[in-house]
Unconditional design. Structure first.
Length: 157
C-alpha cells in the first residue's frame, strides 16, 4: 500500500506543479501588462498601482483575456483601440511622440558640447582683455588701475 500512496503523490505532484507554474506565469504576465497600462479613469497612475473600480475591472479583464489565450500585444492593442495611445505608460516612438525619444539625447549631447566649449574657452591662455596692464606690473600701472576703479565707482553713485 505504501507504494500506491507514493505513486498517487508523484502523479499529483506531476500534474499539480505544472498547473501552478502556469498560473504563476499567467499572473506574472498579467502584472507585466498592468505595468504597461495607465488607469483609464484618470490617466495618472499605472493600473498596477491605482486603486479604483475601473482599474479593478481592467485587472479582471486582463486575466480573462490571458486565460482565453490572447497575447500581450493583442490585449494592449485592444486597450489602445478603446482608449487611445494615452493608455500606454510608454508611448510608441512614432509621429509626434518621436520627439519624446529624440529630444532628450540631443539635449544631453548639446549640453555636453556647450560645457566642453566653455571649459576650453576659459582654459585657453591669452584669452581676455589685453588692453589692461598686468596687476603685478610697476607701481604706476597699479595706481592707474586704482584711479580708474575709483572713477568708475564714483560714476555708479
Amino acid at each position: 500500500m505504501p507504494s500506491v500512496t507514493r505513486l498517487v503523490l508523484v502523479l499529483l505532484a506531476v500534474l499539480v506543479i505544472p498547473i501552478s507554474l502556469h498560473a504563476t506565469d499567467a499572473e506574472r504576465e498579467a502584472r507585466a501588462i498592468e505595468d504597461l497600462l495607465m488607469a483609464p479613469c484618470c490617466f495618472r497612475q499605472q493600473v498596477s498601482v491605482h486603486q479604483s473600480p475601473t482599474t479593478t475591472q481592467v485587472r479582471r479583464d486582463i486575466r480573462e483575456r490571458l486565460a482565453a489565450g490572447e497575447s500581450r500585444q493583442t490585449i494592449l492593442a485592444a486597450y489602445v483601440a478603446e482608449h487611445g495611445e494615452g493608455i500606454l505608460v510608454v508611448p510608441p516612438a512614432k509621429g509626434s511622440n518621436l520627439v519624446l525619444y529624440v529630444l532628450p539625447p540631443l539635449t544631453l549631447a548639446g549640453s555636453v558640447l556647450l560645457v566642453v566649449g566653455v571649459i576650453r574657452r576659459f582654459s585657453m591662455p591669452g584669452i581676455g582683455r589685453t588692453d589692461l596692464p598686468h596687476p603685478a606690473g610697476n607701481a604706476a600701472s597699479i595706481q592707474r588701475l586704482d584711479d580708474r576703479l575709483t572713477d568708475e565707482l564714483r560714476d555708479l553713485d
